[in-house]
Ligand binder design. Structure first.
Ligand code: F3S
Length: 411
Protein backbone atom coordinates (compact mmCIF):
# COMPACT_ATOMS: atom_id res chain seq x y z
CA UNK A 1 0.00 0.00 0.00
CA UNK A 2 1.49 3.33 -1.08
CA UNK A 3 1.59 5.96 1.62
CA UNK A 4 0.24 9.38 0.67
CA UNK A 5 2.54 12.21 1.77
CA UNK A 6 0.93 15.59 2.32
CA UNK A 7 2.71 18.91 2.70
CA UNK A 8 2.14 20.96 5.84
CA UNK A 9 -0.23 23.23 3.96
CA UNK A 10 -2.22 20.25 2.66
CA UNK A 11 -2.42 18.78 6.16
CA UNK A 12 -3.71 22.10 7.46
CA UNK A 13 -6.41 22.14 4.78
CA UNK A 14 -7.41 18.61 5.74
CA UNK A 15 -7.64 19.56 9.42
CA UNK A 16 -10.02 22.41 8.63
CA UNK A 17 -7.63 25.30 9.29
CA UNK A 18 -9.00 27.04 6.19
CA UNK A 19 -12.67 26.37 6.94
CA UNK A 20 -15.18 23.57 6.33
CA UNK A 21 -15.44 24.01 2.55
CA UNK A 22 -11.69 23.57 2.04
CA UNK A 23 -11.65 20.64 4.47
CA UNK A 24 -14.46 18.91 2.57
CA UNK A 25 -12.67 19.50 -0.75
CA UNK A 26 -9.37 18.19 0.63
CA UNK A 27 -11.14 15.11 2.01
CA UNK A 28 -12.34 14.33 -1.53
CA UNK A 29 -8.87 14.86 -3.04
CA UNK A 30 -7.22 12.70 -0.35
CA UNK A 31 -9.83 9.94 -0.72
CA UNK A 32 -9.20 9.81 -4.47
CA UNK A 33 -5.43 9.88 -3.96
CA UNK A 34 -5.77 6.90 -1.62
CA UNK A 35 -7.89 4.97 -4.14
CA UNK A 36 -5.37 5.68 -6.92
CA UNK A 37 -2.41 4.92 -4.61
CA UNK A 38 -0.82 8.30 -5.27
CA UNK A 39 2.32 9.14 -3.29
CA UNK A 40 1.54 12.83 -3.25
CA UNK A 41 -0.69 15.56 -4.64
CA UNK A 42 0.31 17.85 -7.49
CA UNK A 43 -0.58 21.56 -7.82
CA UNK A 44 -2.78 22.28 -10.84
CA UNK A 45 -2.69 25.41 -13.01
CA UNK A 46 -6.25 25.29 -14.29
CA UNK A 47 -9.48 23.41 -13.60
CA UNK A 48 -12.36 22.78 -15.96
CA UNK A 49 -15.58 21.68 -14.28
CA UNK A 50 -18.21 19.54 -16.01
CA UNK A 51 -21.62 18.85 -14.52
CA UNK A 52 -23.22 22.19 -15.37
CA UNK A 53 -26.41 21.29 -17.22
CA UNK A 54 -29.42 21.16 -14.95
CA UNK A 55 -30.67 18.37 -17.23
CA UNK A 56 -27.91 16.15 -15.83
CA UNK A 57 -27.54 17.61 -12.33
CA UNK A 58 -31.18 17.76 -11.24
CA UNK A 59 -32.22 19.24 -7.90
CA UNK A 60 -29.84 17.02 -5.90
CA UNK A 61 -26.85 18.36 -7.85
CA UNK A 62 -28.04 21.94 -7.49
CA UNK A 63 -28.42 21.56 -3.71
CA UNK A 64 -24.93 20.03 -3.47
CA UNK A 65 -23.45 23.06 -5.23
CA UNK A 66 -25.49 25.56 -3.24
CA UNK A 67 -24.40 23.97 0.03
CA UNK A 68 -20.75 24.09 -0.93
CA UNK A 69 -21.06 27.74 -2.04
CA UNK A 70 -22.91 28.60 1.20
CA UNK A 71 -19.98 27.20 3.20
CA UNK A 72 -17.78 29.81 1.55
CA UNK A 73 -16.03 27.55 -0.97
CA UNK A 74 -13.74 29.54 -3.29
CA UNK A 75 -11.53 28.28 -6.10
CA UNK A 76 -7.83 29.08 -5.80
CA UNK A 77 -6.76 28.47 -9.41
CA UNK A 78 -8.37 29.72 -12.66
CA UNK A 79 -11.45 27.55 -13.22
CA UNK A 80 -13.89 27.42 -16.13
CA UNK A 81 -17.24 25.71 -16.74
CA UNK A 82 -18.41 23.13 -19.27
CA UNK A 83 -21.58 23.81 -21.32
CA UNK A 84 -24.86 24.41 -19.51
CA UNK A 85 -28.28 23.15 -20.58
CA UNK A 86 -29.20 26.34 -22.46
CA UNK A 87 -27.97 29.53 -24.06
CA UNK A 88 -28.00 31.81 -21.02
CA UNK A 89 -29.16 34.80 -23.10
CA UNK A 90 -31.33 33.37 -25.91
CA UNK A 91 -33.04 30.56 -23.98
CA UNK A 92 -36.61 31.87 -24.26
CA UNK A 93 -36.54 32.41 -28.03
CA UNK A 94 -34.94 28.98 -28.49
CA UNK A 95 -37.88 27.34 -26.72
CA UNK A 96 -36.30 26.35 -23.39
CA UNK A 97 -39.00 26.06 -20.69
CA UNK A 98 -38.88 28.85 -18.06
CA UNK A 99 -38.81 26.37 -15.17
CA UNK A 100 -35.68 24.74 -16.61
CA UNK A 101 -34.08 28.15 -17.22
CA UNK A 102 -34.60 29.22 -13.63
CA UNK A 103 -32.87 26.11 -12.28
CA UNK A 104 -30.07 26.38 -14.84
CA UNK A 105 -29.40 29.98 -13.82
CA UNK A 106 -29.25 28.86 -10.18
CA UNK A 107 -26.60 26.25 -11.05
CA UNK A 108 -24.44 28.83 -12.81
CA UNK A 109 -24.94 31.29 -9.93
CA UNK A 110 -23.69 28.67 -7.44
CA UNK A 111 -20.56 28.10 -9.52
CA UNK A 112 -19.84 31.81 -10.01
CA UNK A 113 -20.31 32.39 -6.26
CA UNK A 114 -17.29 30.10 -5.83
CA UNK A 115 -15.20 32.29 -8.15
CA UNK A 116 -15.55 30.13 -11.28
CA UNK A 117 -15.58 31.88 -14.66
CA UNK A 118 -18.91 31.14 -16.38
CA UNK A 119 -17.41 30.24 -19.75
CA UNK A 120 -19.82 27.33 -20.37
CA UNK A 121 -17.74 25.72 -23.08
CA UNK A 122 -16.01 22.40 -23.70
CA UNK A 123 -13.26 24.20 -25.66
CA UNK A 124 -11.75 26.55 -23.05
CA UNK A 125 -8.49 26.28 -25.00
CA UNK A 126 -10.13 28.21 -27.89
CA UNK A 127 -11.05 31.20 -25.73
CA UNK A 128 -7.83 32.05 -23.94
CA UNK A 129 -7.42 29.10 -21.56
CA UNK A 130 -4.95 27.08 -23.63
CA UNK A 131 -2.53 25.29 -21.31
CA UNK A 132 1.17 24.82 -22.01
CA UNK A 133 3.15 21.63 -22.58
CA UNK A 134 3.69 19.80 -19.28
CA UNK A 135 1.14 21.81 -17.26
CA UNK A 136 -0.76 19.81 -14.65
CA UNK A 137 -4.52 20.37 -14.90
CA UNK A 138 -7.74 18.97 -13.47
CA UNK A 139 -10.16 18.96 -16.40
CA UNK A 140 -13.34 16.96 -16.53
CA UNK A 141 -14.87 17.29 -19.99
CA UNK A 142 -13.70 14.23 -21.91
CA UNK A 143 -13.03 15.96 -25.26
CA UNK A 144 -11.14 18.78 -23.54
CA UNK A 145 -9.12 16.24 -21.53
CA UNK A 146 -8.16 14.50 -24.75
CA UNK A 147 -7.17 17.79 -26.38
CA UNK A 148 -5.09 18.97 -23.41
CA UNK A 149 -3.24 15.67 -23.04
CA UNK A 150 -2.78 14.85 -26.72
CA UNK A 151 -2.60 18.05 -28.74
CA UNK A 152 -1.00 20.30 -26.12
CA UNK A 153 0.98 17.75 -24.10
CA UNK A 154 -0.45 19.01 -20.80
CA UNK A 155 -1.31 16.46 -18.09
CA UNK A 156 -4.75 15.70 -16.73
CA UNK A 157 -6.86 12.74 -15.75
CA UNK A 158 -10.52 12.84 -16.60
CA UNK A 159 -11.94 14.31 -13.41
CA UNK A 160 -15.53 13.90 -12.30
CA UNK A 161 -17.53 17.07 -11.61
CA UNK A 162 -17.07 16.97 -7.78
CA UNK A 163 -13.41 15.95 -7.98
CA UNK A 164 -12.65 18.81 -10.39
CA UNK A 165 -14.39 21.22 -8.04
CA UNK A 166 -12.41 19.83 -5.10
CA UNK A 167 -9.21 20.31 -7.14
CA UNK A 168 -10.20 23.91 -7.86
CA UNK A 169 -10.87 24.63 -4.16
CA UNK A 170 -7.63 23.01 -2.95
CA UNK A 171 -5.50 23.78 -6.04
CA UNK A 172 -4.38 20.14 -6.08
CA UNK A 173 -5.13 16.75 -7.56
CA UNK A 174 -3.64 13.27 -6.93
CA UNK A 175 -0.29 12.72 -8.68
CA UNK A 176 -1.49 9.64 -10.55
CA UNK A 177 -2.52 8.35 -13.97
CA UNK A 178 -1.78 10.73 -16.84
CA UNK A 179 0.17 13.07 -14.54
CA UNK A 180 2.91 10.41 -14.56
CA UNK A 181 5.16 9.45 -17.50
CA UNK A 182 4.35 5.74 -17.37
CA UNK A 183 0.63 6.14 -18.14
CA UNK A 184 1.39 8.26 -21.19
CA UNK A 185 2.94 5.43 -23.21
CA UNK A 186 0.80 4.07 -26.03
CA UNK A 187 -0.86 0.70 -25.45
CA UNK A 188 -2.15 0.27 -29.03
CA UNK A 189 -0.52 1.06 -32.36
CA UNK A 190 -3.11 2.02 -34.99
CA UNK A 191 -2.12 1.90 -38.65
CA UNK A 192 -4.64 3.94 -40.66
CA UNK A 193 -4.29 2.76 -44.24
CA UNK A 194 -7.17 4.73 -45.78
CA UNK A 195 -7.31 8.44 -46.62
CA UNK A 196 -8.91 10.87 -44.20
CA UNK A 197 -9.79 13.73 -46.54
CA UNK A 198 -12.41 15.47 -44.38
CA UNK A 199 -12.69 16.48 -40.74
CA UNK A 200 -15.71 14.19 -40.34
CA UNK A 201 -13.52 11.19 -41.22
CA UNK A 202 -11.55 11.79 -38.04
CA UNK A 203 -14.82 11.47 -36.11
CA UNK A 204 -15.57 8.15 -37.82
CA UNK A 205 -12.01 6.94 -37.15
CA UNK A 206 -12.24 8.02 -33.52
CA UNK A 207 -15.53 6.19 -33.08
CA UNK A 208 -13.99 2.95 -34.43
CA UNK A 209 -10.74 3.14 -32.49
CA UNK A 210 -12.34 4.25 -29.22
CA UNK A 211 -14.54 1.16 -29.24
CA UNK A 212 -11.50 -1.08 -29.55
CA UNK A 213 -9.00 0.73 -27.37
CA UNK A 214 -11.43 1.59 -24.54
CA UNK A 215 -9.24 3.16 -21.79
CA UNK A 216 -5.96 2.63 -23.59
CA UNK A 217 -3.62 5.07 -25.32
CA UNK A 218 -3.51 4.75 -29.12
CA UNK A 219 -0.51 5.74 -31.24
CA UNK A 220 -1.56 6.50 -34.81
CA UNK A 221 0.40 6.15 -38.00
CA UNK A 222 -1.57 7.96 -40.73
CA UNK A 223 -0.43 6.32 -43.98
CA UNK A 224 -3.05 7.92 -46.28
CA UNK A 225 -3.73 11.54 -47.22
CA UNK A 226 -5.23 13.63 -44.42
CA UNK A 227 -6.10 17.21 -43.55
CA UNK A 228 -4.41 17.56 -40.15
CA UNK A 229 -2.65 20.89 -39.85
CA UNK A 230 -4.18 22.32 -43.04
CA UNK A 231 -6.81 24.99 -43.64
CA UNK A 232 -7.74 27.90 -41.41
CA UNK A 233 -8.29 25.60 -38.41
CA UNK A 234 -5.53 23.00 -38.52
CA UNK A 235 -6.47 21.44 -35.18
CA UNK A 236 -10.13 20.79 -36.05
CA UNK A 237 -9.44 17.18 -37.09
CA UNK A 238 -7.62 16.53 -33.82
CA UNK A 239 -10.48 17.91 -31.71
CA UNK A 240 -12.92 15.74 -33.65
CA UNK A 241 -10.78 12.61 -33.32
CA UNK A 242 -10.26 13.04 -29.58
CA UNK A 243 -13.92 13.79 -28.85
CA UNK A 244 -15.07 10.68 -30.73
CA UNK A 245 -12.59 8.34 -29.01
CA UNK A 246 -13.49 9.73 -25.61
CA UNK A 247 -17.17 9.06 -26.35
CA UNK A 248 -17.14 5.57 -27.87
CA UNK A 249 -14.31 4.50 -25.55
CA UNK A 250 -12.71 6.36 -22.67
CA UNK A 251 -9.58 7.47 -24.47
CA UNK A 252 -8.02 10.44 -22.63
CA UNK A 253 -4.71 10.59 -24.52
CA UNK A 254 -3.57 9.70 -28.03
CA UNK A 255 -0.47 10.29 -30.09
CA UNK A 256 -0.12 10.77 -33.85
CA UNK A 257 3.29 10.02 -35.25
CA UNK A 258 5.00 13.23 -36.34
CA UNK A 259 2.01 15.38 -35.32
CA UNK A 260 1.25 15.50 -31.59
CA UNK A 261 3.99 16.87 -29.31
CA UNK A 262 4.91 13.77 -27.31
CA UNK A 263 4.95 11.62 -30.46
CA UNK A 264 7.93 13.67 -31.66
CA UNK A 265 10.05 11.88 -29.05
CA UNK A 266 9.88 8.47 -30.72
CA UNK A 267 9.80 6.45 -27.48
CA UNK A 268 6.12 6.71 -26.58
CA UNK A 269 5.00 3.14 -27.42
CA UNK A 270 4.90 0.66 -24.54
CA UNK A 271 6.96 -2.50 -25.04
CA UNK A 272 3.77 -4.55 -24.72
CA UNK A 273 1.11 -3.24 -27.06
CA UNK A 274 -1.51 -4.43 -29.50
CA UNK A 275 -1.74 -3.38 -33.14
CA UNK A 276 -4.85 -2.42 -35.12
CA UNK A 277 -5.17 -1.93 -38.88
CA UNK A 278 -7.86 0.44 -40.20
CA UNK A 279 -8.46 -0.05 -43.93
CA UNK A 280 -11.91 1.55 -44.24
CA UNK A 281 -14.27 3.78 -42.22
CA UNK A 282 -17.43 2.27 -43.73
CA UNK A 283 -18.35 0.34 -40.59
CA UNK A 284 -18.21 3.51 -38.49
CA UNK A 285 -20.44 5.46 -40.87
CA UNK A 286 -22.90 2.54 -40.93
CA UNK A 287 -23.00 2.29 -37.13
CA UNK A 288 -23.51 6.03 -36.57
CA UNK A 289 -26.28 6.47 -39.15
CA UNK A 290 -29.84 5.50 -38.29
CA UNK A 291 -32.30 4.59 -41.05
CA UNK A 292 -34.66 7.29 -42.33
CA UNK A 293 -34.19 10.28 -44.61
CA UNK A 294 -36.31 12.93 -42.87
CA UNK A 295 -34.35 15.51 -40.89
CA UNK A 296 -35.97 18.01 -38.53
CA UNK A 297 -32.86 19.52 -36.96
CA UNK A 298 -29.18 20.11 -37.82
CA UNK A 299 -26.59 20.23 -35.04
CA UNK A 300 -23.08 21.58 -35.69
CA UNK A 301 -20.47 22.38 -33.04
CA UNK A 302 -19.55 19.33 -30.98
CA UNK A 303 -16.96 20.05 -29.63
CA UNK A 304 -17.90 23.73 -29.56
CA UNK A 305 -17.23 25.35 -32.92
CA UNK A 306 -14.20 27.53 -33.56
CA UNK A 307 -14.52 30.85 -35.38
CA UNK A 308 -13.16 29.19 -38.52
CA UNK A 309 -15.83 26.49 -38.34
CA UNK A 310 -18.57 29.11 -37.93
CA UNK A 311 -17.17 30.84 -40.98
CA UNK A 312 -17.43 27.59 -42.97
CA UNK A 313 -21.11 27.27 -42.02
CA UNK A 314 -21.78 30.89 -43.00
CA UNK A 315 -20.12 30.32 -46.39
CA UNK A 316 -22.18 27.17 -47.04
CA UNK A 317 -25.42 29.01 -46.17
CA UNK A 318 -24.84 32.26 -48.06
CA UNK A 319 -27.81 33.00 -50.32
CA UNK A 320 -29.73 29.88 -49.23
CA UNK A 321 -32.70 29.14 -46.97
CA UNK A 322 -32.98 26.37 -44.37
CA UNK A 323 -36.12 24.23 -44.18
CA UNK A 324 -35.37 23.04 -40.65
CA UNK A 325 -33.58 24.63 -37.67
CA UNK A 326 -29.79 24.54 -37.73
CA UNK A 327 -27.79 25.34 -34.61
CA UNK A 328 -24.08 25.96 -34.41
CA UNK A 329 -23.10 25.60 -30.76
CA UNK A 330 -20.08 27.48 -29.50
CA UNK A 331 -18.55 29.41 -26.61
CA UNK A 332 -20.09 32.80 -25.86
CA UNK A 333 -16.77 34.53 -26.48
CA UNK A 334 -16.48 32.83 -29.88
CA UNK A 335 -20.05 33.84 -30.68
CA UNK A 336 -19.23 37.45 -29.84
CA UNK A 337 -16.29 37.32 -32.24
CA UNK A 338 -18.58 35.79 -34.88
CA UNK A 339 -21.08 38.63 -34.36
CA UNK A 340 -18.32 41.19 -34.90
CA UNK A 341 -17.30 39.52 -38.16
CA UNK A 342 -20.88 39.42 -39.46
CA UNK A 343 -20.98 35.60 -39.42
CA UNK A 344 -23.96 35.30 -37.08
CA UNK A 345 -25.95 37.68 -39.28
CA UNK A 346 -25.14 35.58 -42.37
CA UNK A 347 -26.19 32.32 -40.67
CA UNK A 348 -29.37 33.89 -39.28
CA UNK A 349 -30.24 35.25 -42.73
CA UNK A 350 -30.51 31.63 -43.89
CA UNK A 351 -32.63 30.68 -40.85
CA UNK A 352 -29.87 29.17 -38.72
CA UNK A 353 -28.75 30.07 -35.18
CA UNK A 354 -25.41 30.42 -33.46
CA UNK A 355 -26.11 29.23 -29.94
CA UNK A 356 -23.76 29.86 -27.01
CA UNK A 357 -23.20 28.19 -23.61
CA UNK A 358 -24.79 24.82 -24.43
CA UNK A 359 -24.84 21.88 -26.85
CA UNK A 360 -27.32 19.38 -28.18
CA UNK A 361 -26.17 16.62 -25.84
CA UNK A 362 -26.68 18.54 -22.60
CA UNK A 363 -29.66 20.72 -23.65
CA UNK A 364 -33.20 19.38 -23.07
CA UNK A 365 -33.61 18.56 -26.78
CA UNK A 366 -36.56 16.28 -26.11
CA UNK A 367 -38.48 19.31 -24.75
CA UNK A 368 -37.84 21.13 -28.04
CA UNK A 369 -39.62 18.40 -30.02
CA UNK A 370 -36.85 17.36 -32.42
CA UNK A 371 -36.71 13.71 -33.37
CA UNK A 372 -34.34 13.30 -36.32
CA UNK A 373 -31.03 15.13 -36.22
CA UNK A 374 -28.23 15.59 -38.77
CA UNK A 375 -24.76 16.18 -37.30
CA UNK A 376 -21.13 16.22 -38.41
CA UNK A 377 -19.99 15.14 -34.92
CA UNK A 378 -19.34 11.48 -34.19
CA UNK A 379 -19.56 12.28 -30.48
CA UNK A 380 -23.01 13.86 -30.86
CA UNK A 381 -24.12 11.01 -33.15
CA UNK A 382 -22.99 8.52 -30.51
CA UNK A 383 -24.71 10.21 -27.55
CA UNK A 384 -27.88 11.79 -28.93
CA UNK A 385 -29.94 8.62 -29.44
CA UNK A 386 -29.49 7.61 -25.78
CA UNK A 387 -29.39 11.09 -24.17
CA UNK A 388 -32.17 12.72 -26.16
CA UNK A 389 -34.04 9.87 -27.85
CA UNK A 390 -33.39 11.26 -31.34
CA UNK A 391 -32.54 9.41 -34.55
CA UNK A 392 -29.27 10.63 -36.05
CA UNK A 393 -27.67 11.00 -39.49
CA UNK A 394 -23.92 11.53 -39.45
CA UNK A 395 -21.88 13.06 -42.26
CA UNK A 396 -19.78 15.99 -43.40
CA UNK A 397 -20.57 19.61 -42.61
CA UNK A 398 -21.55 20.23 -46.24
CA UNK A 399 -23.90 17.24 -46.16
CA UNK A 400 -25.50 18.40 -42.90
CA UNK A 401 -26.09 21.86 -44.35
CA UNK A 402 -27.67 20.30 -47.46
CA UNK A 403 -29.91 18.23 -45.16
CA UNK A 404 -31.01 21.43 -43.41
CA UNK A 405 -31.85 23.08 -46.72
CA UNK A 406 -33.78 20.10 -48.09
CA UNK A 407 -35.21 18.74 -44.83
CA UNK A 408 -33.90 15.37 -45.99
CA UNK A 409 -30.58 13.56 -45.69
CA UNK A 410 -28.90 13.76 -49.12
CA UNK A 411 -28.71 10.44 -50.96
FE1 F3S B 1 -18.87 19.70 -26.08
FE2 F3S B 1 -21.37 19.02 -25.76
FE3 F3S B 1 -19.93 17.89 -27.61
S1 F3S B 1 -19.93 19.39 -24.16
S2 F3S B 1 -17.85 17.89 -26.86
S3 F3S B 1 -20.49 20.06 -27.55
S4 F3S B 1 -21.33 16.84 -26.25
Amino acid sequence: MTELRLTKQEQAMLQGDQGPAVRQAMEIVVALATIYEAESLVPVKHVQVAGVSYKNLGDAGLEFLRNWAAQGAQVRVPTTLNPAGMDMAQWAELGIPAAFAEKQQAVVDAYTAMGIEATMTCTPYLIGHRPSFGDHLAWSESSAVSFANSVVGARTNREGGPSALAAAITGRTPLSGFHLDAARLATTVVHVNCDLPAEVDFGALGYMVGRQVRKGVPYFFLHGAHGVGTGPDGEACLRTLGAAMAASGAVALYHIDGVTPEAQRGDMIAAEHQTIQVDSLDAAYAALNRPGQEIDFVSIGCPHASLAQIEQVAALLDGRRLQVPLWVTTARRTRQAAVQRGLVERIEAAGGRVVADTCMVVAPVEALGFSSVATNSAKAAFYMPSHSGTAVRFGSLARCVEAGIAGRWPA
